[in-house]
Design a protein around this ligand. Structure first.
Ligand SMILES: [Zn+2]
Length: 257
């Protein structure tokens, strides 16, 4: 009987110990879990704080940018059009630019000047800058110096016959020209800083996107006024960048800046 009672107490004691042990485990588990939650919350809070900081910094930068963009001196940017004048596209482009009070630079091909004297005169009278782009769009790196010079002079004369002025600036077709020839020329060679490959894609939206996402102060944008998609893109680019505070200027104005 006593033995039985003892056994009973022992079992009871063992059961209590087991319960205590279980409670301790549960308590420990709760503590760890709570700490975990607390850590997670802190991490979340920290992340939120970081994001808030980032947003705040981004807004500050944007405001600073806007102040710069809308300040007293607007950032300047230049639109340039190669390979014209083109009977089908240049007139519409000139109309759109005039409407937006924008002046651009046209690197004309001599033979197109001869074929479109009225358009050439309109480019000049609208206040745009005319540059030389050779007479027949030759690759200047593949012809003799004499031939290249002849092409440039012939174009210069064609422009002078219509406007009374010789172009002071030139852009070599494909942007290629030997260093030697470049140095010997009495013209300023102009290349570009943004080329959306408008002639290749002939996709207005793609051209606009490529230009406006890259555009920065003092950029020279290369387009061609012999594609209607490029004309549409040019006018959209003007609308977007004017809205951002940019002023469109001719290449010589950009260089004198
Ligand atoms: Zn060209």
């Amino acid at each position: 009987m006593i033995r039985g009672k003892k056994e009973g107490h022992r079992r009871e004691w063992e059961e209590r110990q087991a319960i205590r042990c279980l409670c301790a485990i549960l308590y420990l588990f709760c503590i760890l879990n709570m700490t975990g939650i607390s850590l997670n919350f802190r991490a979340e809070e920290k992340m939120h704080y970081n994001n808030a900081q980032k947003v705040k910094e981004a807004v500050s930068e944007k405001v600073a940018g806007e102040t710069k963009e809308y300040g007293d001196i607007p950032p300047k940017i230049a639109l340039t059009f190669d390979d014209g004048p083109n009977e089908a596209c240049t007139g519409r482009l000139l109309k759109g630019l005039k409407k937006r009070n924008v002046r651009a630079t046209f690197f004309v091909i001599g033979k197109n000047v001869k074929a479109n004297p009225k358009l050439t005169k309109r480019i000049y009278e609208d206040g745009h800058m005319i540059g030389n782009h050779t007479y027949s769009h030759i690759d200047m790196s593949k012809v003799s110096e004499e031939k290249a010079e002849k092409e440039l002079k012939k174009t210069g004369r064609a422009v002078h016959a219509i406007t009374g002025e010789y172009p002071q600036y030139m852009r070599p077709p494909y942007g290629v020209c030997s260093e030697k020839l470049e140095e010997s020329m009495d013209m300023i060679v102009v290349r570009w800083t943004i080329d959306p490959l408008d002639w290749k894609t002939e996709n207005t939206d793609e051209i606009v996107k490529k230009v406006v996402t890259k555009a920065e102060e003092n950029d020279i944008i290369l387009l061609h006024d012999c594609y209607n998609t490029s004309v549409d893109a040019a006018l959209k680019i003007v609308d977007i960048l004017q809205e951002k505070g940019y002023e469109f200027v001719t290449v010589d104005e950009l260089f004198l800046n």
